[in-house]
Design a protein around this ligand. Structure first.
Ligand code: GLP
Length: 261
């Protein structure tokens, strides 16, 4: 794990966007795993800016989103389909057929999930997976207790996640769908590179558990300690309870000049 602490979410997001952009420039047909939620928004804004001002080309990129609420159609304002169009896809030159998001209206969830895994494999696997983290340590919608071997499947959201995400549903947790389709932890771990972003004091405990706690299904993000290429981009408040924060900063300050992000 590489822990990278920035002063602000904006600085961290710009650093993350540069990593994505470098991959897309080196490998124009890159396969990206995308996340939703508030955390990746500044990263997507920076990618849009790079597309407009620096010719960052998404015409051959393929994307797979982590998750979607079950029962929400693609036009629902709180669906992740809507989120991705609004915040990224409508502002870059990615062909619609290259974008994949779980279908919240599927009538056959197991068959859809098997097919989603097949499509990821056929695309050559994920080159880079962007992640946020839930306050309970979930990645995608893999709630505590999720198997580290899990693949794309249905999950039931915890009460804590319903409460966290109620802010997108008029503040009412009863309006948040209780079920979702999410890539599994095994799916995420197969990505060749993982980029997790976490901002704000509300994420500090989950971040500390993920980085310095035991690897446990009770805190799903802790499995990233076993990923060979996981970069964790934090702002200072999200890093506030890390025991070795000074060391992580020291590592960055003393990076050999040949090392790139
Ligand atoms: C959501 C998403 C996750 C996201 C997390 C944190 O429920 N399913 O992919 O990382 O919770 O969300 P936010 O970035 O809004 O804090």
């Amino acid at each position: 794990m590489e822990i990278i602490i920035h002063d602000t979410p904006q600085e961290a997001a710009v650093a993350g966007a540069r990593m994505v952009a470098r991959l897309v420039r080196e490998k124009p047909e890159a396969v990206l795993g995308l996340a939703t939620g508030g955390t990746p928004l500044p990263l997507y804004r920076e990618l849009v800016r790079m597309h407009r001002e620096e010719d960052l080309d998404f015409s051959r990129v393929t994307t797979f989103n982590l998750d979607e609420y079950l029962s929400l159609g693609p036009e629902h304002p709180q669906s992740y389909h809507h989120f991705m169009r609004e915040h990224l896809f409508e502002h870059i030159n990615i062909p619609k057929e290259n974008t994949h998001i779980p279908d919240g209206m599927t009538l056959d969830v197991p068959a859809f999930c098997r097919d989603y895994e097949r499509r990821i494999a056929e695309a050559g696997g994920l080159d880079l997976q962007i992640l946020g983290i839930g306050s309970d340590g979930h990645i995608g919608f893999n709630e505590p207790g999720s198997s580290f071997a899990s693949r794309t499947r249905i999950k039931t959201l915890t009460r804590e996640t319903l409460q966290d995400n109620a802010r997108f549903f008029d503040g009412d947790p009863t309006l948040v769908p209780r079920h979702c389709i999410t890539m599994g932890i095994g799916t995420i771990m197969d990505a060749r590179c993982v980029l997790l972003l976490a901002f704000g004091p509300g994420k500090a405990d989950a971040v500390a558990g993920m980085v310095e706690g035991p690897v446990t299904a009770s805190l799903p993000a802790s499995i990233l300690q076993h990923h060979s290429t996981a970069k964790i981009l934090l702002d200072s408040p999200a890093a506030a309870t890390l025991q070795r924060a000074d060391y992580y900063r020291w590592v960055r300050e003393n990076r050999p000049s040949w090392q790139q992000d």
